[in-house]
Design a protein. Structure first.
Length: 160
């Protein structure tokens, strides 16, 4: 069984992520979305909140599993018997960011391959940070994120 792991912060999941995940789910038998626990990044949503949003946004995809992990991705993958890292590429800067990570992961475990899908051009400019920036000022992000995320952002910024 070919299992791919799509790791990231997903703070929060966007339609760009969802596009990569659903396309990945058509290629691999199973896609595990793995939220990194120990990221140095400050996040808007807690890990639990991000997991719940991911669960709801991918409920229609039967071969997608949601999980979180700590430590090295290659160690987590061994535990899950996964050999493919699924990532999305939007731009040259994504490529420059991903290249050393993919090389290091391969060095840590030569059985692991990083698999890149080119972004759907309609989501090329979409990132979690740009979505948060826009939502913070109550502007609409309805075509950039799943409806559950839009609601969660509205609630988050209404109380902060
Ligand atoms: P990280 O914190 O590891 O960068 P993210 O949650 O930002 O994690 O992204 C996870 C993955 O989703 C990365 O491979 C990223 O390139 C990809 N991704 C994010 N937004 C988009 C998008 N709009 N189109 C395609 N891929 C995307």
């Amino acid at each position: 069984m070919a299992i791919a792991v799509c790791s990231g912060s997903f703070d929060p999941i966007t339609n760009g992520h969802l596009d990569i995940i659903s396309r990945g789910a058509r290629i691999f038998d199973k896609v595990i979305i793995a939220v990194l626990h120990n990221s140095k990044k400050t996040t808007l949503f807690t890990v639990e909140e991000r997991l719940e949003l991911l669960r709801q946004a991918t409920a229609h995809l039967p071969n997608v599993e949601i999980d979180s992990f700590d430590g090295l991705l290659v160690d987590y993958m061994k535990k899950k018997q996964a050999r493919v890292i699924l990532r999305g590429l939007r731009s040259v800067s994504d490529y420059e960011y991903e290249m050393p990570i993919a090389t290091m992961n391969r060095k840590l475990n030569e059985d692991v391959e990083t698999f890149f899908l080119m972004t759907n051009s309609q989501y090329a400019f979409v990132s979690s940070s740009i979505v948060k920036e826009v939502a913070r000022y109550q502007a609409s992000v309805s075509d950039l994120v799943p409806p559950v995320v839009e609601k969660a952002l509205r609630e988050k910024f209404a109380t902060s």
